[in-house]
Design a protein around this ligand. Structure first.
Ligand code: PLP
Length: 407
């Protein structure tokens, strides 16, 4: 590589460092059966015990013994990798059964697996746009990067409506010709603020304007609704959403993503999406683990009740200690406001290295500059004693860095 080319890379990183948002990944080992406990590998050698407060394994299913047994059994039965793309020997009975289970979870005709939730959004949205050359896409301003990327690559008309602003959405829909195909893309739970979308009202508007609806339930699936179908199930509107997209990597504790919807649409995406066609399918053991996990989560509403109770309890404890829990959150996600990238990193480091508490800093581009935060995610396994430790540690670092408290 030429020296001047090398410099381009170095300058890019130097700028990120200057802004105080250089990411250092904590090197951890989760401990089987002891969620949310883990061990942090220290630079000088050795490990220290920590408690993870920022995992998206929201229900601890990544440590569920039945889920692990399903993964082990699949490895013993069929080996490690899938051995090919879905079309070239990479479809196993685990994949097929998992797709059936996911379609049933969301009350849809069909489902399609991808290697991640990111890929499912990117591939599906860009492929839908290919199928409808005169499509107009209406996208919530706070949609996840994976949706933005899929929409960005679509060569159709795009409009971004202000977050959850129905009037703005309608104003933009009015710009499109009445006869044009339209699609509204939005999320159920916005994972950085912890707020939810008015799904029913968006479906009403979609019906009025003849628009298709595409809902990302990545942070809702498994956690809301009687069977864990997500916020759309909780709100009784699952049948009104055309496409429901989700992940197997968060509440289900495994890996992979999917989209569910009408059989004809899923068949077209299956047949046309490069992000589905040209990549090796999920390892059978992952599909087996996810399948077991979805079945467990569907059958166990008490997990969802416990998570909701834990999140409320934590919010109360943090507020009682004068810590600035962001008012936006009406869900299991508990963001605590900081508002500065460098400070957010320093707070997070102090929590990790001085208190054994792992909450990673959230900064740009994940959230807008000036809204940096600590995003705390309790689970059914974070008991009162762990919460008291967290609040005590946060209070200590808040004092150490002269941070603002709220009344
Ligand atoms: N959609 C949203 C809203 C997300 O927050 C994420 C990841 O955090 C994804 C999609 C991607 O899901 P996955 O982690 O399975 O790639």
């Amino acid at each position: 590589m030429r020296a001047e080319d090398q410099e381009v890379f170095e300058n890019a990183v130097a700028q990120i460092k200057d802004e105080g948002r250089y990411r250092v990944f904590a090197d951890i080992l989760r401990q089987r059966g002891r969620f949310p406990h883990a061990r942090l590998r220290l630079e000088g050698g050795g490990y220290r015990d920590i408690v993870v407060w920022c995992s998206n394994d929201y229900l601890g299913q990544g440590q569920n013994e039945d889920v692990l047994a399903a993964a082990h059994a699949a490895i013993d039965a069929v080996g490690a990798g899938a051995g090919g793309t879905r079309n070239i020997s990479g479809t196993t009975s685990y994949h097929v059964d998992l797709e059936r289970e996911l379609a049933a979870l969301h009350g849809k005709e069909a489902a399609l697996l991808f290697t991640s939730g990111y890929v499912s959004n990117d591939a599906t949205l860009s492929t839908i746009a290919k199928l409808f050359p005169d499509l107009w896409i209406f996208s919530d301003a706070q949609n996840h990067a994976s949706m933005i990327e899929g929409i960005r690559r679509a060569k159709c008309q795009k409009r971004i409506f202000r977050h959850n602003d129905l009037q703005h959405l309608e104003a933009m829909l009015n710009e499109a010709p009445a006869s044009a195909p339209k699609l509204i893309a939005f999320e159920s739970v916005y994972s950085m603020d912890g707020d939810t979308a008015p799904i029913e009202a968006i479906c009403d508007i979609a019906r009025q304007y003849g628009a298709m609806t595409y809902l990302d339930e990545v942070h809702g699936v498994g956690l809301y609704g009687e069977k864990g179908g997500g916020v759309a199930e909780r709100d009784g509107v699952m049948h009104r959403v055309d496409f429901i997209e989700g992940t197997l990597a968060k509440a289900f504790g495994a890996m992979g993503g999917y989209v569910t919807g009408p059989a004809a649409a899923i068949d077209a995406i299956r047949s046309m999406a490069p992000g589905f066609i040209f990549t090796t399918s999920l390892a059978p053991s992952i599909a087996a683990a996810a399948l077991e996990s979805v079945r467990i989560v569907r059958a166990c509403p008490h997990m969802r009740d416990r998570l909701a109770e834990r999140a409320e309890r934590l919010k109360e404890k943090l507020k009682d200690a004068g810590l600035p829990v962001m008012a936006s959150s009406t869900t299991h996600i508990v963001p605590v406001e900081v508002g500065d990238a460098a400070l957010c990193k320093e707070l997070s480091d102090a929590l990790l290295f001085e208190h054994g508490i792992y909450v990673q800093p959230i900064n740009y581009p994940t959230v807008p500059r000036g809204t940096e935060r600590l995003r705390i995610t309790p689970s059914p396994f974070h008991d009162d004693a762990l919460m008291d430790d967290l609040v005590a540690a946060l209070s200590a670092v808040w004092a150490q860095f002269n941070m603002r408290r709220v009344a």
